[in-house]
Design a protein around this ligand. Structure first.
Ligand SMILES: Nc1nc2c(ncn2[C@@H]2O[C@H](COP(=O)(O)OP(=O)(O)O)[C@@H](O)[C@H]2O)c(=O)[nH]1
Ligand SMILES: Nc1ncnc2c1ncn2[C@@H]1O[C@H](COP(=O)(O)OP(=O)(O)O)[C@@H](O)[C@H]1O
Length: 213
């Protein structure tokens, strides 16, 4: 991009029923895109094997969570599967003004709350599994949750999927590399939206002057 043209950051939201693959897509995007960073949520859910505190989530207690809510430090928050989750406000506001993009792995309740305040900045993608059998296979294959938790997540998936209409883009996650490719394409196109690019008037005026128009 020409240095005269700067851009406001965007907020890329990925939602899906649990196990459809949004975390896998998110990790691949983050690994390959230096201008994209993950919005690290706070949660009261216990840490899973393989997760890192401060990287995947900030794992906090219920009292601390409540205090963040009361201080208005969360841009949105919701209860999912009996645990509390929320998005810290400050990193989001900093990223937008600095022209950096942020990725959110949040549910439909959080997406609705962020959409209300930041309608112009948000790009939303809903990820569907290819089939219910495959969804269950992926949840079991992840081997991180107990049988009871897996059953609860499967039972909630129909409810979560009913919100696909509230999203701008919808993607069926068949082959992971194809899904990552598709979300990268969305990101590329959204970054080129005219309204996100500042300085275009001066840039085009200069081009026109230089070409004698
Ligand atoms: N509203 C909201 N939802 C969140 C946040 N962080 C995670 N979630 C959602 O909470 C649900 C459960 O997340 P998690 O416990 O990590 O399980 P998994 O995504 O199914 O592996 C998922 O639908 C996440 O997208 C957050 O900060 N806000
Ligand atoms: N396209 C895919 N094909 C096969 N397995 C997948 C695919 N995407 C993700 N998985 C696997 O499915 C499981 C759930 O994926 P994950 O990214 O944790 O889902 P979510 O974040 O939506 O709960 C993981 O074991 C992951 O490796």
């Amino acid at each position: 991009m020409d240095p005269e043209i700067t851009r406001r950051g965007l907020l890329l939201v990925l939602s899906s029923p649990s196990g459809a693959g949004k975390t896998s897509i998110a990790r691949a995007l983050l690994d390959s895109d230096p201008n994209l960073s993950l919005s690290v949520s706070v949660t009261t859910r216990p840490m899973r094997a393989g997760e890192r505190d401060g990287v995947d989530y900030d794992f906090i207690g219920k009292a601390e969570f409540q205090s963040l809510v009361e201080r208005g430090a969360l841009i949105e928050h919701a209860e999912v599967f009996g645990n509390h989750y929320g998005t810290p406000r400050a990193p989001v506001e900093d990223a937008l003004t600095a022209g950096r993009d942020m990725l959110f792995d949040i549910d439909w309740q959080g997406t609705q709350q962020i959409s209300e305040g930041l309608t112009e900045d948000i790009v939303t993608v809903f990820v569907l599994p290819p089939s219910t059998d495959e969804l269950e296979k992926r949840l079991r294959g992840r081997a991180l949750d107990s049988e009871d938790v897996i059953r609860r997540r499967m039972a909630k998936s129909a409810d979560e999927m009913s919100h696909y209409r509230e999203y701008q883009y919808v993607l069926v996650n068949r082959a992971l590399d194809e899904s990552v490719y598709a979300v990268r394409a969305i990101l590329t196109a959204e970054r080129l939206k005219r309204r996100r690019q500042h300085g275009l008037v001066d840039f085009v005026n200069r081009l026109r002057r230089e070409s004698g128009g």
